[in-house]
Design a binder for this molecule. Sequence first.
Ligand SMILES: Cc1ncc(COP(=O)(O)O)c(C=O)c1O
Length: 443
Amino acid sequence: MDPNIQTPVDRKVIEQKIQENGLEQIGQASIREIVKLVNEIEKATGERYIRMEMGVPGLKPPAEAIEGEIEALRAGVASKYPMIEGIEELKQEISRFVKNFINIQVDPKGCLPTVGSMQGAFASFLVSCRRDPGKDTTLFIDPGFPVQKQQHKVLGMKYETFDVYNYRGDRLGEKLESYLKKGNISTLLYSNPNNPSWICFTEKELQIIGELANKYDVVVMEDLAYFGMDFRQDISRPGEPPYQPTVANYTDNCILLISSSKSFSMAGERVGMMVIADKLFNSRFPKLAEYYPGDGFGYSMVYGALYTLSAGTNHSAQYGLLKILKAVNEGTRNFVEDVREYGERAKIMKELLLKHGFTLVYDRDENQPLADGFYFTFAFPGMDGKELLEKLIYYGISAITLDITGSERTEGLRACVSQVGKDQMEQMDRRLEQFARDHLNSV
Ligand SMILES: Cc1ncc(COP(=O)(O)O)c(C=O)c1O
């Protein structure tokens, strides 16, 4: 940073904290390292940051979820091991939920609670990536959630990846096929809406993915961590279109991971849903019997993967999820309305950035502008993402670089809107204005 510039946050304190934390290369820091650094700077300076680095829900959990858990705890579930496949009522309710909001029919036996989607992904890799000896590699459609690649590293599993930025629409098919035709891909994973870019696949793209999964016998893991949060269409009315778009309309070879963390603001409860399409659940793969008590896909998932990971999901959290699902299925709670606030914040924040000369990085779904939601990506002319992040820290603004998400757009940062209140927008405006004034002429 140019020492002649008077930045909104005390430069000396920032420099000292960066040094103490060994983060001279802030641009390479992980999300949690940035969280720690900014916590310390805020504490030492008393300055509140525009905190855009971490995807924590910034809203209260719904009353039904809390009540459901408290009632279950009072009824004594804490002393009892839950069934690994989940409590029967919850399985029924998940099946009803996917029918109501995705318009797909899934047998309750393939509807499994997991310890967050994080565990759902881990368990899915354990089974899906081991079902065929010739297929030992996962394909990530990036950018993506870095922890899923870390899960691969922990498991010693192989993966390949490509940034989808230049491969939207029809081009996606050709690109995907160039990987799938090699024959080594067992599983294909993407999030939709996407963390970090907030792109959402179009119906045409989902069809391309589903049809190729059928052609090459690849399991699609569709990570719906931001279920219903493409606010361009309102999927909130149970049993009525429009529905959450899904690859499940085009293939039976799929697992849907539905997190409750963001859509129901229940991140702390670590409870999510894994929904396995009936045909895949009932499929048999001889190779699985080498690892698990049988060769059935669904059986291996429950009595192999989920059993050995945590022997099921927290009993009271399952009742919390059950109660909120009942409410949304019956239409007494509109979960999309509850989280629409994120879209409103994103809209304002993007406008502020554009006003001060920043640009959006991922900005279109084919020919449609991206939705306003939980994340967006941005850049500043003439700077790469690392430099931009390093500089913004001095202006009381934090984010993460796109580098760590498998994106090739090295100029970009990811912003998460969840922790930035509407009461901070004016301050964000002022800080960005000063940043632009201090840097636009120097680039
Ligand atoms: C794309 C994606 N998948 C999965 C998760 C993890 O979800 P959960 O909190 O349900 O474990 C997240 C959380 O940020 C995410 O962004």
